[in-house]
Design a protein around this ligand. Structure first.
Ligand code: SAH
Length: 248
């Protein structure tokens, strides 16, 4: 049987948010490759080898997946959320581009998943209902100056904004700088959502005006969404609903 590579998204954490397409493909796999905690979400079974690896080895992991497929194995590379959003799909294609010509004949497919941004937006209401953009706030793979430029221009263009990887222990000062840029560029008390562990049992949602946001409100399990100038809150007995109207 000929091998293949599928790069699949496992969604934000809740098992009900794994698509049937991804489930069915995992059932056919001989090997699952990915960052340890994501691989741990796949149930072990006979005939399936789980290859968990560390966070920063995306290209090694991609080459490993492609070389196993070239030997005839059926390999699923897993990411959380969607594999095309700050995740493994691009890494696999970078490895393919730089790898042996023979790899290009392999069947390679990307299966979408529910990305954290969309799960967070849905949990809070509809803050991304008008034009929006998304930025990865980690400066692991790009310089901070570029992040800051994109933040300023996005705020100036009055996009709602969704931020992945807002703050980690290794670079706690980045998010503080991001908040400063946003306060300067937005210039008002627009709402900011901190959505932590979305879709999991310990999900928390917190909405505060930008002026009251502090760096400690975010960590690496948090999705941050900043409203545009049109984003509003409806107070209800069940909690606030954050939404951006269809017209601006
Ligand atoms: N491919 C993933 C994103 C990987 S980047 C996706 O599409 O969702 C990892 C970042 O995603 C985290 O730092 C956090 O900002 C966000 N994230 C992932 N899962 C999350 C969840 N359940 N709740 C809140 N944020 C989450």
């Amino acid at each position: 049987m000929s091998g293949w590579v599928v790069i699949a998204g496992l969604g934000p954490g809740n098992e009900d948010m794994v698509t049937p397409e991804v489930r069915a493909t995992l059932d056919q796999a001989t090997d699952v490759v990915g960052y340890f905690p994501y691989v741990a979400r796949v149930a072990p079974r006979d005939g399936l080898t789980l290859h968990g690896s560390d966070n920063r080895v995306e290209l090694d992991r991609s080459r490993h997946a492609l070389s196993m497929a070239a030997e005839g194995r059926r390999v699923v590379v897993v990411s959380s959320g969607d594999p095309g959003v700050f995740a493994m799909a691009s890494a696999v294609f970078e490895a393919l581009e730089a790898g042996p010509e023979a790899w290009r004949a392999l069947e390679i497919r990307v299966l979408p998943g529910i990305t954290a941004m969309l799960a967070a937006a849905a949990a809070a209401g509809a803050p991304l209902g008008h034009d929006f953009c998304t930025i990865n706030l980690s400066d692991n793979l790009k310089p901070w100056a570029l992040i800051e430029k994109r933040l300023r221009l996005a705020a100036e263009a009055d996009f709602a904004m969704a931020f992945y990887n807002p703050r980690s222990r290794s670079r706690p000062e980045g998010f503080e700088r991001a908040l400063k840029v946003l306060r300067e560029a937005c210039g008002d008390a627009r709402p900011i959502l901190f959505a932590r562990n979305v879709s999991r049992v310990d999900q928390t949602l917190r909405i505060v005006p930008l002026t009251e946001a502090t760096p400690e409100m975010a960590d690496m399990r948090t999705m941050v969404i900043v409203g545009s100038s049109a984003t509003r809150i409806i107070e209800t007995p069940r909690g606030p609903i954050l939404f951006t109207p269809r017209s601006a």
